[in-house]
Design a protein around this ligand. Structure first.
Ligand SMILES: [Zn+2]
Ligand SMILES: [Zn+2]
Length: 255
């Protein structure tokens, strides 16, 4: 692995270690390009705050600590500054305004909730609702069509426990859109390591059949995640099994 664009920090309340430990582990592994993409703060209405993301007040510190490491390690590794963010149509414009005040280079789409999050179910919770699956897919496609996102993180996050035919019908639409837009889909190493519902082999069969491209993402929530070469081997084996091409680097899209 020469590039990883999916790296968190402690500010999201569910990651550990210091940023510098992530950087050092990445260098030791031989990673050449390391992107930080912590869970973006979001400007919601009222006092809603989702605990799995950085608070807006922490954004400045996040940015300055990543930039300081970029400078410190500039001869050893190329560091990029991004965020992982959901597409919530109602609140995204204000949130983007905030993000654009900083030298943030890229967004990866991680659609953890549908709608605008508030009052909606977490996408990783088991459901046999075709309506939820359809909304998830529609929302991801709408997001990808904005051209703002560098790639789609864990596209198979949604845990659908209904009929495979229904799952295929909708995920095929998502993969067809990704192919059309030349949008890389992330094969998520955290999910693989933890034995989560993603990576979902059926999803990756669909993605391969549609001619999509995959990018490996550590989704590192601890520095050790950047040293795990066993999970990388497993991911490559899965990609080979379903017949999908893995790309090593992506082009960072402006937003
Ligand atoms: Zn996370
Ligand atoms: Zn993530």
């Amino acid at each position: 692995m020469i590039a990883n664009y999916h790296t968190h920090t402690f500010r999201c309340n569910h990651a550990s270690g210091t940023e510098e430990e992530y950087v050092r582990n990445a260098i030791d592994r031989g990673i050449k390009v390391l992107g930080f993409s912590d869970h973006s703060p979001y400007i919601f209405e009222g006092d809603h705050y989702s605990y799995f993301r950085m608070r807006p007040e922490l954004l400045e510190d996040y940015v300055s600590s990543v930039l300081a490491l970029r400078e410190k390690y500039k001869y050893e590794i190329e560091i990029h500054l991004g965020v992982e963010i959901e597409y919530y149509p109602k609140y995204l414009p204000e949130t983007l305004k905030m993000l654009r005040e900083y030298p943030i280079e890229y967004l990866i789409l991680g659609q953890h909730f549908v709608g605008n999050e508030i009052g909606e179910p977490y996408c990783g919770r088991a459901s046999d609702s075709e309506e939820l699956l359809e909304r998830y897919v529609d929302q991801c496609i709408e997001a990808l069509r904005t051209g703002m996102f560098t790639y789609l993180a864990h596209p198979d996050l949604l845990l659908f426990v209904g009929d495979d035919d229904i799952y295929c019908k909708h995920m095929q639409r998502l993969c067809a859109a990704a192919k059309e837009l030349d949008m890389p889909l992330e094969l998520n190493l955290l999910g693989l390591k933890d034995g989560r519902n993603y990576p979902n082999e059926l999803f990756w069969e669909i993605a391969a059949a549609e001619g999509c491209k995959a990018i490996l993402g550590c989704d590192a929530h601890s520095p050790e995640a950047l040293s795990d070469i066993i999970v990388e081997k497993k991911a490559r084996a899965l990609a080979e099994k379903v017949g999908i091409e893995i790309i090593d680097t992506v082009e960072l899209k402006k937003f």
